[in-house]
Design a protein around this ligand. Sequence first.
Ligand code: GUN
Length: 271
Amino acid sequence: MSAALLDGKALSARMRERLGQEAAALPRQPGLAVILVGDNPASAVYVRNKEKDCAQCGVRCLNHHLPAETTQQELLALVEDMNRREDVDGILVQLPLPTQIDADKVIRAIAPEKDVDGFHPQNVGALCIGQPGFVSCTPAGIIELLKRSGIEIAGKECVIIGRSNIVGKPMALLMLRENATVTITHSKTKDLKDVCKRADILIVAIGKPQMITEEYVKEGAVVIDVGIHRREEGLCGDVDFERVSEHCSYITPVPGGVGPMTIAMLMRNCV
Ligand code: GUN
């Protein structure tokens, strides 16, 4: 392997320690309401990791695990309750939600000043026009990881694979804010390999295990892997790590790259 590892695990541990000190100095302990509906096993793992990080950062975690058949009305009533509570500073509704619930409606019901996920249209709009507000945690964590690793962003060609509201779109806006030249690609993009090969910084959020090989990567590029997939041999990302790490300058491992940074940013938003 010739690439250097972007170690999100180590960096997020340092951030958690600092956030713990900040939280301890506050007049009141910060509180995060985490709402999980149903029994999606991946969601259950994410929520458990969030609980662990809350404990380390001195954030009080109020867990609400609702049954899969919860109605939209019941969920909205709980969100309203959390909006009103003064000891709840942040509200997180774990996605995806069961099909009987309209996720957009639930996100819009969260008070924007408690929307630590940064999914509310008011926060998304603020990001879009460069105003202060909560920013989606995965893209914010990627910016933090790049900056703290001394990787220059301004003037670089950045290609993002994936256009989701949670990762691709806010990622593009943040890279633009950092003065990168940004391209968003998606399932209808023509000549994806050629487009990706232009990238100085390639950010992959495609949701397909190990799809990105060295054929998509310019020699010496920085490669950020947002994917996470559970396989018999263990966890892997959207990037074929073994092959790509021979060709790039920096790469995030899976696990231990982007994932821990996402939760660290959630904790920062709460504190
Ligand atoms: N599901 C997958 N990622 C996320 C996230 O960052 N926040 C929430 N609420 N749900 C998710």
